[in-house]
Design a protein around this ligand. Structure first.
Ligand SMILES: *Cc1c(COP(=O)(O)O)cnc(C)c1O
Length: 427
């Protein structure tokens, strides 16, 4: 019997490049046919062949309360019935902004947008507009969406500016982006010592989740805060993934470090297109309509999307929400590590709040270079074995995983049981 996933994938490739609307979905890294999803509920989703999977991508983070949570669905239905979009302000947007400012200690004002890419791009423009400087610093392995200035990798030397990682990004844009090593505080200080007065901003994932999971060293983030303050540069925490995920108050609360601007997305939309950037009032005032930094969006603060986001923000503030989410995620990481150990596989796992990393390596990687040394072939075999057993992991060795509040003990146990079989097929 041919799989309906295969049929759909073949059909999709005729009308859409690669058959997908975002590249990682295409399974290019792990091989095989992507699963076309028909519905989702709680910790599960079902593919076009009606096979059920325990879902560990959670829409890449947003599904933190579990799929199709009744409160979120009700909020969306109610909002939709009142009209889909007005192009004029709504009270819901004020509530959402107030809620975000209340939850994130460094955020005094916020602007809503529709994607993390848009939020990061706008935060960069704001930092450049407010400082009157062009140069930015980012770190290898961090992802901040696909704006031109951010699709850049390291140049040949420490002080050489970057090279585009995508065709279509002019060298003239990439030359303003300096790409440094994640978790290397000394290198960052050296660069600021040489050219601190030219740097508009430093942008970082304060818990990295786009090169698998890498924890920032506290001294790395502290050095960043110190350098930015000393040299008048804007510190931007990209918390699109780790915000409302490693804990309610994001990485800034976890580390006790206040960025000047924060970029948000994923969880704050609860599965709908909401993202945001915000921070110090004296920076945010540079934005249009008051200030000279232009930024706008037809569907920004869309009422239906905001309703989904607000319902999600309410649910994650239930007492004990993050204690329980963190405990379940840690239980998963420990269970997988133990299963691998029994099978004699060089493997480890780590988790922060509701996100986790799986590494086919003898110890937990702390840098981009260490991460690249993980055994990608072993991951791919493991991925397909787990998929067959009904567990959907991120289809790449270099992505973090996500647990939802609906991943209860039975779900975690079933996952670890599947992993025992998958690991034993590897050894
Ligand atoms: C997902 C992500 C983005 C981009 O968000 P989109 O909504 O996909 O544009 C930016 N930064 C980080 C850290 C992300 O994880």
């Amino acid at each position: 019997m041919t799989s309906r996933n295969d049929t759909l994938f073949a059909r999709a490739q005729t009308s859409t490049p690669g058959g997908v609307n975002s590249p990682v979905r295409a399974f290019r890294s792990v091989g095989g046919t992507p699963r076309f999803i028909t519905r989702a509920e709680g910790p599960y989703f079902w593919d076009a062949d009606d096979k059920r999977y325990i879902d560990y991508i959670g829409s890449w983070g947003p599904a933190i309360v579990g799929h199709a949570h009744p409160h979120v669905i009700k909020a969306v239905q109610d909002a939709a019935a009142r009209g889909l979009s007005f192009g004029a302000p709504t009270e819901g947007e004020i509530e959402m902004a107030e809620e975000i400012c209340r939850i994130l200690p460094s955020v005094e004002q916020v602007r809503l947008v529709s994607s993390g890419t848009e939020a990061a791009m706008s935060a960069l423009r704001l930092a450049r507009g407010a400082t009157g400087r062009d140069k930015i610093i980012k770190f290898e392995g961090c992802y901040h969406g696909h704006a031109d200035s951010l699709l850049v990798k390291a140049g040949s030397g420490l002080l050489t500016f970057g090279n585009p990682t995508s065709a279509g990004v002019p060298e003239d844009f990439a030359k303003h982006t300096l790409v440094l090593d994640y978790n290397d505080a000394q290198q960052l200080e050296d660069v600021f010592a040489k050219m601190g007065s030219e740097i508009a901003c430093v942008i970082v994932e304060p818990v990295a989740g786009n090169m698998n999971l890498v924890r920032a060293k506290p001294e790395f983030l502290q050095a960043m805060r110190r350098m930015c303050t000393q040299h008048g540069a804007v510190l931007i925490f990209d918390e699109v993934m780790c915000g409302f995920r490693v804990g309610l108050g994001g990485a800034q609360t976890l580390f006790g470090i206040m960025p000047d601007l924060t970029v948000m997305g994923k969880v704050i939309g609860g599965g709908m297109p909401v993202a945001a950037f915000g921070g110090r009032k004296d920076l945010m005032k540079h934005l249009a309509p008051f200030g000279p930094v232009y930024q706008a969006g037809t569907l920004s603060g869309n009422p239906v999307a905001v309703a989904a986001g607000m319902a999600t923000l309410k649910l994650i503030q239930a007492p004990g929400f993050y204690e329980s989410l963190s405990a379940q995620t840690a239980k998963l990481a420990q269970g997988l590590s133990a299963a691998a150990k029994d099978a004699g596989i060089a493997f480890c796992a780590d988790s922060v709040g509701g996100m986790f990393g799986l590494y086919f390596a003898p110890s937990i990687p702390g840098s981009y270079v260490e991460m690249m040394a993980c055994d990608k072939a072993k991951f791919n075999t493991f991925f397909h074995a787990m998929l067959e057993l009904g567990v959907y992991l991120a289809p790449s060795a270099f992505e973090a995983g996500f647990v939802s509040a609906q991943h209860d003990d039975a779900v975690i146990d079933a996952t670890v049981e599947a992993a025992r079989k998958a690991f034993s097929s590897l050894s």
